[in-house]
Design a protein around this ligand. Structure first.
Ligand SMILES: Cc1cc2nc3c(=O)[nH]c(=O)nc-3n(C[C@H](O)[C@H](O)[C@H](O)COP(=O)(O)O)c2cc1C
Length: 145
């Protein structure tokens, strides 16, 4: 953070995500308290997975004074974040939305969202396989200029 400055630094948080066997019983108190401590550092944004109940993210929204990016889905969920999930969180106070798997499978993701074209699904078999296949091999629906 010292090298680039707080205004160019953000933090990704996965409240109550249960990843790697971590169990949280106090997310509703813990994350707003964490954000109250982080806020004076002047970070540009928090980037939060919607991995906790809605009330936890709502409390985080109230506790965070700057940009909040929401990734609408738990990573273990086979349902990928999509336009409807994005709009739901924009309506609940998110400033920006991030899409993970949808971005992998749709090289023209922004145009698809603009035109309300169905999103392609990516093949999880390639997630950690290495190489271009499954990352750079998905076709565009909208012809790219
Ligand atoms: C191949 C792959 C790698 C990922 N790597 C990370 C990671 O390194 N750190 C992290 O916080 N989340 C990681 N995630 C989780 C995503 O950031 C995101 O939270 C998840 O895919 C759910 O959102 P989505 O439905 O938009 O894909 C990864 C997801 C995928 C599919």
């Amino acid at each position: 953070m010292q090298a680039v400055g707080a205004t160019r630094t953000g933090i990704r948080l996965s409240p109550d995500a249960g990843i790697w066997g971590v169990r949280e019983t106090d997310a509703l108190e813990l994350y707003p308290a964490l954000l109250a401590e982080l806020a004076p550092l002047g970070l540009a944004y928090i980037h939060v997975i919607a991995s906790a109940p809605d009330e936890v993210l709502a409390a985080m929204r109230r506790a965070w004074p700057r940009a909040m990016i929401v990734n609408p889905n738990h990573p273990a969920n086979t349902t990928r974040s999509d336009r409807a999930a994005a709009e739901r969180w924009l309506g609940r106070g998110a400033d920006l939305i991030s899409l993970g798997r949808a971005f992998i499978a749709n090289p023209d993701l922004v145009e698809r969202l603009r035109r309300d074209v169905a999103l392609a699904g990516e093949d999880p078999a390639y997630h950690y396989a290495g190489g271009d296949t499954g990352y750079l091999t998905y076709p565009s629906y909208v012809p790219l200029a």
